[in-house]
Design a protein around this ligand. Structure first.
Ligand code: MG
Length: 269
């Protein structure tokens, strides 16, 4: 009788041991098995890694008075038609010069583009005032604002020290330039700016920071800097939701005498 009882119990024990062993083996395999990466078979023909379509749009890099053929020319020296006064939306009051440049007309206020932009590639040339005897932040202070909110500083820092996050090519009060790459006072500087606008969700929360890269006279001075928010004179950066906005040039209202020329933009979104 005992045999009949013990035999089934013995069988259950064996099965249980087998299952445990199987489970352990699976776990061990999971731990020890190398991670299987999904990889394509290594190409053996160079053609396998060539991409032909869609063909790239052809852009003449010196298409419109030196601007790329797909750029929007914002100022070529002939008029201020693309600009308005930031103060009242009326005609821009800055001085149009015979040499194809324009100069800040003191206390007439900032000027901004009629058009609104998101992410852009922006080219700007500017010249400090060689007559200025001012010091610090008062010496040829102006600025290039992306979306009306984020300032890339314009200033004459030749023999003119100031706080480094407020010197030329700084992202004002946020990021000093990596190096100071100014040309001599009174000569033309170039800014080539790659700007990616910040993104916000439907509730107005920032979901992605804006970024700015700046080449100053061809030298990298801002390397994909992640904006903390607006560039405030006093206070911390702000992050209120916004859409597209104008490009703005600053009248610092202290006889800066800064001039601009050859301004063009390429939209990136
Ligand atoms: Mg400024």
């Amino acid at each position: 009788m005992k045999k009949y009882v013990l035999f089934p119990l013995f069988c259950i024990f064996l099965i249980s041991c087998g299952q445990t062993q199987e489970k352990k083996t699976e776990e061990t395999m999971e731990q020890e098995a190398p991670k299987e990466e999904v990889t394509q078979k290594e190409p053996t023909d160079p053609k396998e890694t060539e991409v032909w379509e869609p063909a790239r749009e052809i852009v003449n890099p010196t298409g419109q008075n030196g601007a790329p053929s797909d750029a929007i020319v914002l100022f070529d020296g002939s008029n201020l038609d693309e600009w308005v006064s930031a103060k009242d939306g009326g005609p821009a009051q800055w001085v149009l010069n015979d040499d194809g440049s324009m100069t800040v007309k003191d206390k007439t206020g900032d000027i901004k583009t009629k058009r609104n932009f998101g992410s852009v590639q922006l080219h700007v040339e500017w010249r400090s005032n060689s007559e200025s005897t001012a010091e610090g932040q008062a010496k040829s202070n102006s600025g290039v604002y992306l979306q009306d909110l984020y300032e890339v500083q314009v200033l004459d820092n030749n023999d003119n020290p100031t706080y480094i996050n407020g010197q030329a090519a700084s992202i004002y009060k946020q990021a000093p330039p990596l190096v100071q790459a100014l040309v001599p006072t009174g000569e033309w500087n170039t800014y080539d700016i790659i700007y990616h606008a910040p993104e916000f969700d439907a509730e107005g929360n920032k979901t992605k920071s804006g970024t700015i890269t700046v080449l100053h006279n061809g030298v990298l001075v801002q390397d994909h800097f992640e904006l903390q928010g607006t560039t405030e004179y006093i206070g911390w950066p702000k992050n209120n939701a916004h859409g597209k906005g104008p490009i703005k040039l600053q009248d610092h209202q202290d006889m800066s005498g800064v001039s601009y020329r050859n301004i063009w933009v390429r939209e990136l979104d």
